[in-house]
Write a protein of this length. Structure first.
Length: 233
């Protein structure tokens, strides 16, 4: 038996195949891991005919990403600047995937712009805003666009409004192109854009520090100190 993984995204994913019990004769031995190119399939393992119970993990992006130091553009078509939550924010920026994310306040419907050239890897625009309420709007389901850069890093633009995705996966966008409309979907307390640059670091998404040019010039982000940190001198 052959275990293949299909990748429908317009960018690579890293996949890992697990079994709930030992699988003698698996080639390679499980867990088996591999990178699946965009919109294609890959053979992860050849298995005996016992048909074991399998589990699959998948993480977007290539583990071979080599981030470059670039300056990102302002990702909103607005001249105002208000940060709701910065790097290391205690509400939702404490994990590896979001430690260097920023939440930029923006009225619902504000055009969201590509901050860097890349290919639209993944997009979701069908979830309702928080204001819609109801069982169909679970907190973690935010509308988003994920853009893959040529160095393997990815920018995530999240909390877009329902129907607010303006680009299709596979499309190449340039810095400044409109890719969506800001909203209040997912685990959001107010309308804003969640922006983060990520890289796959071996089956885990890690956020990366970045430089950005804002409406009034260069933005200088720094991490929010923990609650027990001593006061600054």
């Amino acid at each position: 038996m052959e275990a293949w993984v299909d990748n429908p995204l317009a960018g690579p994913v890293e996949a890992m195949l697990h079994a709930d019990e030992a699988v003698p004769g698996s080639d390679p031995p499980l867990p088996a891991r591999g990178t699946v190119p965009a919109q294609s399939g890959a053979l992860l393992a050849r298995l005996p005919h016992a048909r074991p119970r399998l589990r699959l993990e998948a993480v977007p992006g290539s583990p071979n990403a080599r981030p470059r130091d670039v300056e990102y553009g302002w990702p909103l078509r607005t001249g105002s600047l208000r940060i709701q939550q910065a790097w290391g924010g205690r509400y939702s920026h404490a994990d590896d995937a979001n430690r260097y994310a920023v939440d930029l306040a923006a009225p619902a419907g504000t055009p969201v712009l590509a901050a860097r050239e890349g290919v639209v890897m993944q997009a979701e625009g069908g979830f309702p805003d928080v204001a819609a309420g109801g069982d169909e709007a679970p907190g973690d389901r935010a509308n988003f666009v994920r853009v893959l850069h040529d160095d393997g890093t990815m920018a995530l633009y999240a909390h877009l409004q329902r129907g607010g995705v303006l680009v299709e996966p596979g499309r190449r966008v340039r810095r400044g192109d409109a890719i969506g409309l800001s909203g209040n979907s997912g685990r959001s307390t107010a309308p804003h854009l969640h922006f983060v640059v990520q890289a796959n670091r071996g089956m885990r998404l890690h956020s990366l520090p970045f430089r950005m040019f804002g409406p009034q010039g260069i933005l200088r982000f720094r991490e929010t100190p923990p609650d027990d940190a001593p006061p600054s001198p």
